[in-house]
Design a protein around this ligand. Structure first.
Ligand code: SAH
Length: 212
């Protein structure tokens, strides 16, 4: 089940311009449907190129966005990558498939717990999941080679910038409502900033999330 859908997803990603073979292979190996709660699998194709619900009013990013952002941070084996907004855990699994050491932070405890369980069950138990506020990053494991933010802050979180290695890259959707994807590169002289695609992500919430 789902092998055909996964193949179609890969073809679609290629047709959208994703050329990195390692990323395509990694996404061909991760069982995306396992990261989406069972109750939604009857109403959506988990491999379709759109975001899917994962409960708690949150969504898993569409496959194209996962591939695109992963491509932009140039993941290599053993690089330390911090993800903000674990959600289902799918993006983390793709990063882990590429051989990265993955640290991921999620503010909603129920999602963090679910992601931890799914990641372990799918063979990605080495991914470290922190239940907490992503604005703080994960100082104990910093600095990171790359940071990928999958929820949208209104401003660039400076604490995250400070946890990035020199030469490292951070990618984030920036703004309210609709956002632009921003790619930052930390150089010896400071930060280089590239404005990329217009995108739509859920907001990066401040402080404690409301109980749902
Ligand atoms: N990368 C995820 C999808 C993320 S959806 C995946 O592969 O499934 C965005 C996630 O960011 C949501 O789960 C939301 O709860 C989380 N989030 C929002 N604000 C946050 C914050 N301040 N710190 C950490 N996570 C946050």
């Amino acid at each position: 089940m789902w092998a055909l859908e996964r193949e179609v997803m890969l073809k679609q990603l290629q047709s959208y311009g994703i050329k990195d073979d390692q990323i395509l292979k990694a996404m061909g190996r991760v069982f995306r449907h396992r990261f989406i709660p069972q109750e939604y699998l009857t109403i959506v194709n988990p491999y379709g190129d759109y975001p899917c619900p994962i409960g708690f009013n949150q969504t898993i990013s569409q496959p194209f966005m996962v591939a695109y952002m992963t491509q932009k941070i140039e993941v290599q084996p053993d690089r330390k990558v911090l993800e903000i907004g674990t959600g289902s855990g799918y993006q983390s699994a793709v990063l882990a498939e590429l051989g990265a050491q993955v640290y991921t932070v999620e503010i909603i405890p129920g999602l963090a717990e679910h992601a931890r369980e799914t990641l372990a069950a799918e063979g990605y138990g080495k991914v470290k999941v922190l239940t907490g506020d992503g604005y703080k990053g994960w100082p104990e494991y910093s600095p990171f080679d790359a940071i990928i933010v999958t929820c949208a802050p209104e401003q660039i979180p400076q604490e995250l910038v400070s946890q990035l290695k020199e030469g490292g890259r951070m990618i984030l959707p920036l703004g309210v409502g609709f956002q632009d994807l921003i790619i930052l590169e930390k150089t010896a002289e400071g930060m280089e900033k590239i404005r990329d695609l217009p995108v739509r992500f859920v907001p990066m919430v401040k402080g404690r999330p409301c109980e749902r």
